[in-house]
Design a protein around this ligand. Structure first.
Ligand SMILES: Nc1ncnc2c1ncn2[C@@H]1O[C@H](COP(=O)(O)OP(=O)(O)OP(=O)(O)O)[C@@H](O)[C@H]1O
Length: 324
């Protein structure tokens, strides 16, 4: 794999597979995933709904047994020493782990006991972590009284109380408003910068992966389809994206044929009444395309020129949008 030869490896997975049996049919949720993560990295595991992110995460955190392949996580073999893996990692699930009625302090201290940590130690650690995640003065509050963003950060405190070297976050910002998401990203970055914690997070938000991750793995239909820094991935898509919105689907189909004739254009993707395609230089291609549309008697009701995003990377690789 590219870009993963520096530093100490903390996750090494080879050929990881998971098949589910669902009503007599087999669902190949994860179909041979290889991945390498180095200590201290923030790695974003990006993919559309149903791509296999949570299944991979559950295997790497020992919650689900692989049906094939192997992995070493935080120095322990996933199959031979799952307890060793569990002791050294933190896992913050999508659902979170706090009950609404419990008081914050009691919840953290009793969670820490599961790891054999004495209350005198966990109280101090909890105070430090709460301060680091900007959650002062909530010790006596009930978990249910916290805002969504505060509760996600409390979930992270719980996931870090046993001082794991590696923490897995499953869709950490789902359900949060834009300001709380940005705030959470700042805290996640700080965790890595201040404590050196390796962070492996799943997301289907490309902006989250783009702004937070040092490196991104893109998974689709149970397989890794691309890997690299956000900048490296975007370099794979050359040129700009032109998006034209038409009045009708029929106009969009005809526009697709016209757009395909633009200099250097790739094959346009027609999605209902929207046509999207890449050209080497959007600003110079656009007037020609619009003039060809006018000649054909088609009116574009919306026009956008965009620099490459991670969604374009995904589109280039799979012919589909991440948002699908
Ligand atoms: N317990 C299960 N039984 C049968 N099929 C399952 C089960 N869990 C997941 N799947 C299927 O496996 C595939 C991968 O699911 P997974 O939850 O890993 O995807 P995901 O990328 O995490 O999606 P999301 O972003 O929606 O959480 C999907 O097709 C899903 O329907």
């Amino acid at each position: 794999m590219t870009g993963v030869d520096e530093g100490e490896t903390i996750i090494e997975a080879r050929g990881l597979k998971r098949t589910y049996k669902a009503r007599k049919t087999l669902v190949e949720a994860v179909r041979g995933v290889d991945l390498t993560v180095r200590k201290g990295e923030i790695v974003g595991f990006l993919g559309p709904n149903g791509a296999g992110k949570t299944t991979t995460l559950k295997m790497l955190t020992t919650l689900l047994e692989p049906t094939g392949g192997s992995a070493v996580v935080a120095g322990s073999d996933l199959r031979q020493d799952p307890v060793g893996v569990r002791r050294k990692i933190g896992y913050v699930s999508q659902a979170g782990s706090t009950s609404p009625e419990a008081r914050v302090g009691e919840e953290i201290v009793s969670h820490a006991r599961l790891y054999g940590i004495e209350p005198s130690v966990s109280k101090q650690r909890a105070q430090d972590l709460l301060a680091a995640l900007d959650l002062p003065d909530i010790w006596e509050r009930s978990c249910g009284s916290l805002s969504g963003g505060q509760r996600r950060r409390l979930d992270i405190v719980m996931g870090l109380i046993h001082q794991p070297v590696l923490v897995f976050l499953d869709e950490p910002s789902t359900g949060l408003d834009p300001q709380s998401r940005a705030n959470l990203w700042t805290h996640i970055r700080k965790l890595r910068d201040d404590l050196g914690t390796t962070v492996f997070l799943t997301t289907h938000y490309m902006d989250e992966a783009d702004s937070l991750a040092d490196r991104i793995l893109i998974i689709d239909q149970g397989q890794i389809v691309a890997e690299g820094t956000p900048a490296e991935l975007k370099k794979r898509v050359s040129g700009d994206t032109l998006t034209l919105t038409l009045r009708t689907e029929a106009d969009a189909t005809r526009t697709g044929d016209i757009a395909a004739q633009a200099a250097g254009a790739d094959t346009p993707i027609v999605d209902a009444n929207v046509v999207r395609f890449h050209v080497p230089d959007g600003a110079s291609a656009l007037p020609h395309v619009l003039s060809d549309l006018v000649k054909a008697g088609i009116e574009a009701i919306g026009v956008e020129v965009n620099r490459p995003t991670l969604d374009d990377v995904f589109l280039t690789l799979t012919g589909r949008s991440l948002r699908d």
